[in-house]
Design a protein around this ligand. Structure first.
Ligand code: GRF
Length: 222
């Protein structure tokens, strides 16, 4: 059995996706060790969750830095020092600087609550309702300087139901996000998924479309 891959998780908020990764690791479903949980908000529940698990945490306040680039460079210096080979953005609510991201190309993923390329940015649930979409979902993608615009790895889809609100959509999507993120991290650490010069590869085949999360939790070709 190969040794677990060290990963860092960046989170600004609740940390339910972090908890899903921790649970998957504990239950032997994920060959990854979370070596650092870092965030921009010292009070974030995500950091408390990590502490409770004995995981190293870092709360770095952006106000201590003159601009975004210097903050991001300091943050990723600490991430690199943790030994992380992969960075997972799980509700990290900051746009990242291109220079800080560059060393992590192909080694950093983000979870976004929409069927990208639809609805980059904030308020995705509300925007789905306003557009009258029949379907909603979440995406995991490699991070590039373009906000929520990097190469797509996988998605999970669900129907929008009559009477849905932004809150009901968020609540229904949340457990699906957890499963999607765990499946993607598992596939990345085992090398099943990788970013190459010509795009995302899954099992050495270039993807024409993002993988889809099946009901059994596996990632399937679209
Ligand atoms: C998730 O909805 C994720 O899609 C978005 O931020 C939220 C994080 O939730 N990027 P949590 O902090 O993991 O509970």
């Amino acid at each position: 059995m190969p040794s677990p891959t060290p990963i860092a998780v960046l989170a600004s908020g609740r940390g339910s996706n972090l908890a899903a990764l921790i649970d998957a690791r504990r239950e032997g479903r994920l060959a990854a060790d979370i070596v650092l949980v870092a965030g921009d908000k010292a009070a974030a529940p995500a950091l408390r969750r990590a502490e409770a698990e004995g995981i190293a945490t870092l709360a770095l306040d952006p106000q201590g830095y003159p601009d975004r680039r210097s903050y991001d460079l300091a943050l990723f210096e600490r991430v690199a020092a943790s030994g992380a080979a992969l960075v997972v953005l799980a509700g990290f609510m900051r746009v990242l600087d291109a220079a800080a991201l560059a060393p992590w190309a192909g080694r950093m993923i983000n979870l976004h609550p929409s069927l990208l390329p639809k609805y980059r940015g904030l308020h995705t649930h509300r925007r789905v309702l306003e557009a009258g979409d029949a379907e909603h979902g979440a995406s995991v993608h490699f991070v590039t300087p373009e906000l929520d615009g990097g190469p797509l790895i996988a998605q999970v889809r669900m129907p929008v139901l009559a009477g849905d609100s932004a809150e009901s959509l968020a609540a229904r999507l949340q457990p699906l996000e957890h499963r999607l993120l765990v499946a993607c991290v598992a596939a990345l650490v085992t090398g099943c998924i990788a970013l190459r010069a010509d795009g995302v590869h899954a099992d050495d085949r270039r993807l024409d479309a993002p993988l889809q999360l099946a009901v059994d939790g596996s990632l399937q070709s679209a």
